[in-house]
Design a protein around this ligand. Sequence first.
Ligand code: KG4
Ligand code: ZN
Length: 349
Amino acid sequence: MKILGIDTSCDETAVAVVSDGRDVLSNVIASQIKAHQAYGGVVPELASRKHIEAINYIVDKALTEANVTFRDVAAVAVTNRPGLIGALLVGVAAAKSLAYAHNLPLLGINHIEGHIYANYMVHDALTFPHICLTVSGGHTLLVEVHEGWRYKVLGSTQDDAAGEVYDKVAKYLGLGFPGGKIIDELAQKGNPSAIDFPRPMRNSGDYQFSFSGIKTSVRYFVEKAQRAGTLQLPPIVGDYKPDMIRLEDIAASFQAAVVDVLVYKTLRAAKETGAKTITLTGGVAANSELRASLKAAAAELGANVYYPPISLCTDNGAMIAGIAYVKYQQGLRDGLALNAAANGAIVDV
Ligand code: KG4
Ligand code: ZN
């Protein structure tokens, strides 16, 4: 059964065709990064306009690359929550039109459920229940995932998402957008113990996260160092006088703080629930230090860590078509009254 999956929740116009929930026939993405770069972050109105420009072309491309037509497609799935409301509406309007025109069932999908499902598309050995850490530009969520894709949300961020702080810290440091990959690469050349940034809520005894405190600490640190003349921005990377603070060390120390909290709480969840499988998903799951630290910590517990390839980590239509297959089997059908919603927590079942 082939499903066309559409995701326009943020700054990627993403469309895919997936067969039986796992076999990715196409996974096409039109990235808007260049359009938002000048602003150092995603501009919601601009995102909506760019989706409108791209959506029809990307749908056609996804069908062509999958070598199918609408006659081969059994359902249309679309992310309708959570996300930027204007951006979501473009995908929802497109999906409704296509479902109506081709007389196909329409399924509205929660974007986070797509991220959680992504690992299942590539890892046959995934067992239930498992602990899933979703870390992206918009979300930080720790979930216990049960058979039949039923969830128990253990915790989430109280303020900024992990990816969001990477992007904001990169902005303070004048490194460009999106900041995650840039900081990740810079951090590999730095000393993670050079600066002791705080680990908010690490010992809160629950599974909640808070990252805005780390972001503010980096900002104060940068401003103070600039005033003292010990930090040069824009940087002369790699060519420092002995008393100058190295940008690589700021990146590595910031990353160490974020990764420490994420790994600590995820491991605690695995320990307390007895889950022997941990999955990592969302854009920040691409982070090299997070992957390595989580793997090392999980090994001590005798647990396995899975993460999807980058193409399924960051926003994509394949994960939406994938989880839609499950939802279709479970009986989900939405009518043309389907609406988009900026918020949309996943529901414990
Ligand atoms: O999942 P995604 O594509 O979009 C959202 O749903 O938000 O995630 C994008 C986020 C951005 O904040 C980006 O900076 C971050 O993922 N990111 C990374 C890395 N690659 C992307 N963060 C840390 N390390 C990386 N290597
Ligand atoms: Zn996402």
